[in-house]
Design a protein around this ligand. Structure first.
Ligand SMILES: [Zn+2]
Length: 374
């Protein structure tokens, strides 16, 4: 059954105005589903500004022993959680009207990075980009020499030199070409804790929680797992691109093509808005579940990359030093700019997100049930 898209009022309800509203709505909707749903909260070590609890929450819907599982993840990049949470809430609110295919369960993981979601930042409580944090920290950190070259153009020492720094960045892009430039900036770096796309120096809280969930939910015993990791901020406005970072020609790519057809874009082949990156959360799923998992990023585009960079650079420049009360005005300005880029508050964008997410989730469910299990 095709469900009608929500009207403007319904959309505004799905897209929460802050992390706490998103969390409450997720919990309420999951609990209203009744017995076929198992919901858990995993408390974050840091409280909110008024002592509130932050948490990663998850809801498992359907048979606990189901051999096939569809997983959605929201807010790996905190501020991108508004759309991800809206998608998960839309799914939960309509779950009663949609039977799951036989042998399929759904796992919604809400707010993988609750601290970033709360503060409207991409990074977590330690300034770490979770989606670059999944590297082997017992080995030497991966190098990104191009990042070192443009580091001071990204966040200049002296903020009065901002415009000159922006000009230098534009020159790098012109000289290096788009792919090399994007990889230098956003491919991941492990040397500049104050800069954007920093992968960290150790396994983050969110990574540890996720890896424990793999065990607690016995995911290795399942036969097929479809993961949709929900992101925003890259690509054409309103388009939900399915990004596949499985190695070229791997079973993961084959599965993605069987299930999602020509929707699949591959950074390794240059067919995506994204470029190949270090330390992606994808790699943890691929490593843990091998050929049984098909992991795709569903990335909703908003505004051009140069605007993304301007917002991110301002955010990182501001958080470089400890914030004081005097920074309140600037902090609010940066928050608003991050919100505008990662969560455009317009009905057309929100409608596109909900339409596309329903379409892709249906493809994932159909794909999962169509697989012959050995
Ligand atoms: Zn993202």
């Amino acid at each position: 059954m095709k469900l009608q898209l929500p009207d403007a009022h319904g959309l505004a309800r799905l897209f929460s105005s802050d992390y706490f509203q998103a969390r409450n709505q997720f919990i309420l909707a999951a609990d209203r589903l009744g017995t076929p749903c198992l919901r858990q909260s995993i408390a974050h070590p840091l409280p909110g500004p008024a002592g509130e609890q932050l948490s990663l929450d998850y809801a498992w819907i359907g048979d606990p022993e189901a051999p096939r599982v569809l997983v959605t993840q929201s807010a790996v990049h905190g501020v991108e959680g508004f759309a991800g949470s809206a998608i998960q809430l839309d799914q939960l609110l309509n779950q009663d009207q949609q039977d799951l295919p036989a042998g399929v369960a759904v796992l919604h993981i809400h707010a993988v990075n609750p601290h970033g979601f709360l503060n409207c930042r991409r990074v977590n409580e330690d300034g770490v980009d979770l989606n670059r944090n999944f590297v082997d920290f017992s080995a030497p950190a991966p190098a990104n020499p191009d990042y070192e070259e443009l580091r001071t153009a990204l966040i200049p020492e002296n903020l009065s030199a901002w415009d000159q720094a922006s000009d230098r960045l534009a020159r790098y892009e012109r000289d290096w070409g788009s792919t090399r430039f994007h990889q230098a900036v956003s491919g991941g770096q492990f040397s500049d804790p104050e800069g954007p796309f920093y992968g960290g120096a150790k396994s983050s809280w969110s990574r540890q929680v996720l890896e424990k969930l793999f065990v607690d939910l016995r995911l290795a015993q399942r036969s097929r797992i479809a993961v949709l990791d929900l992101h925003t901020g890259l690509g054409p406005y309103g388009y939900g691109e399915l990004i596949c970072d499985h190695p070229p020609n791997s079973e993961g790519v084959q599965m993605a093509r069987r299930w999602y057809g020509a929707n699949v874009a591959e950074p390794a082949l240059g067919t995506s808005s994204s470029v190949p990156k270090l330390g992606l959360i994808d790699y943890a799923w691929q490593q843990a579940f091998g050929d049984k998992v098909c992991f795709l990023t569903l990335e909703f585009g908003t505004f051009p990359f140069i605007e993304l960079m301007e917002s991110l650079r301002r955010d990182h420049a501001l958080h470089k030093a400890p914030l004081s009360a005097a920074d309140a005005g600037q902090l609010e300005q940066v928050r608003q700019s991050m919100l505008k880029h990662f969560n455009p508050p317009t009905t057309d964008w929100q409608e596109a997100v909900i339409f596309r997410s329903r379409q892709v989730i249906q493809m994932a469910l159909d794909g999962l049930s169509s697989e012959e299990l050995k």
